[in-house]
Design a protein around this ligand. Structure first.
Ligand code: CA
Length: 299
């Protein structure tokens, strides 16, 4: 029965059970069905939610590899070198810590030419959210994902956790009508492929707008350039012109005019201190194929 209830409804049921009298549960029920605004996190990053949560997505406790991922476009960030992913969690039971992975999937096209996540993540980063608040409250947890490069164009970022070990945890969800709907897919260990919340018949997705999962790229480093003035700029232009002429004279005779750019932009090259994706946890086991069952789909 629990699996067929959204977080808010489950909270209402729990409150009613604890209070034994449905009438005395009304104030708490109203609170659980209202909205809550967690402490801000990852502000200025790729934020697609309105900052307030109205529900959450979870899994029935028999699922040991459940995932929800949200679509992101690399154009939403100033660069693709990621730094932080902020995930909002809430819970409805006593256990307050959830182990999870932030997962990254490239986009592939399905048979109808529509984008969806690949079946294997290209990166995953393990994390633990400790002291997750109870009820429709929610809290953001910042996960350091430095070393992960966001795939170009459309891709997917989300969370994966073992609901058998960490029961009754939910990823915060924005259901405010004014929020622009964002594509979210889900899958579990027995699912054949990803399912879009927009294609699902599950009632918990009816009001979907976005998950409170926010993505930050590395901050661009600002460099102070001293003002040169008119004379200084003129001198600099002369020096650069002289340098260019000298370079062309030395390299053109041996047809090495392009040597000076080889290596630029290659991760780990002397001219680029960023050394590419390092300490990223290996992708977890392959997904076995069967229909998926998010919380709410199993009776
Ligand atoms: Ca909201």
């Amino acid at each position: 029965m629990i699996s067929k209830l959204s977080t808010a409804r489950y909270g209402l049921l729990l409150a009613a059970m604890l209070n034994a009298s449905p009438g005395s549960a009304e104030p708490l029920a109203a609170e659980l069905q209202g909205e809550s605004t967690p402490e801000p996190a990852c502000e200025g990053c790729a934020v697609v939610d309105d900052g307030s949560l109205e529900s959450g997505y979870g899994w029935v406790p028999s699922v040991d590899d459940g995932q929800y991922v949200q679509q992101i476009d690399s154009a939403q960030l100033p660069n693709q070198r990621l730094e932080t992913v902020c995930v909002c969690w809430l819970r409805t039971r006593i256990d307050s810590d959830v182990d999870f992975e932030v997962v990254f999937y490239e986009s592939v096209l399905d048979d109808e030419g529509e984008p969806r996540p690949a079946l294997e993540p290209y990166a995953s980063v393990p994390a633990t959210a400790a002291g997750v608040p109870m009820g429709i409250v929610g809290a953001f947890y910042e996960v350091d994902v430095r070393g992960v490069q966001l795939a170009a164009g459309i891709s997917y970022v989300g969370v994966r956790w073992d609901a058998m070990a960490d029961r009754f945890f939910f990823v915060c969800v924005d259901q405010t009508p004014e929020t622009e709907p964002v594509e979210v897919f889900f899958i579990d260990e027995i699912a054949e492929d990803w399912t879009s919340v927009f294609d699902s018949n599950d009632s918990i997705f009816v009001l979907h707008r976005a998950m409170l999962v926010r993505v930050c790229s590395e901050a661009l480093v600002a460099v102070d350039v001293p003002a040169l003035g008119g004379a200084g700029l003129g001198l600099l232009a002369v020096l650069l012109a002289g340098l260019a002429a000298s370079t062309i004279k030395r390299r053109c005779p041996r047809d090495q005019s392009r040597d000076s750019v080889v290596g630029a932009g290659i991760p780990g090259s002397p001219g680029n201190p960023w050394r590419g994706p390092p300490a990223v946890a290996p992708a977890s086991r392959r997904l076995r194929r069967r229909r998926s069952s998010p919380a709410g789909r199993r009776g």
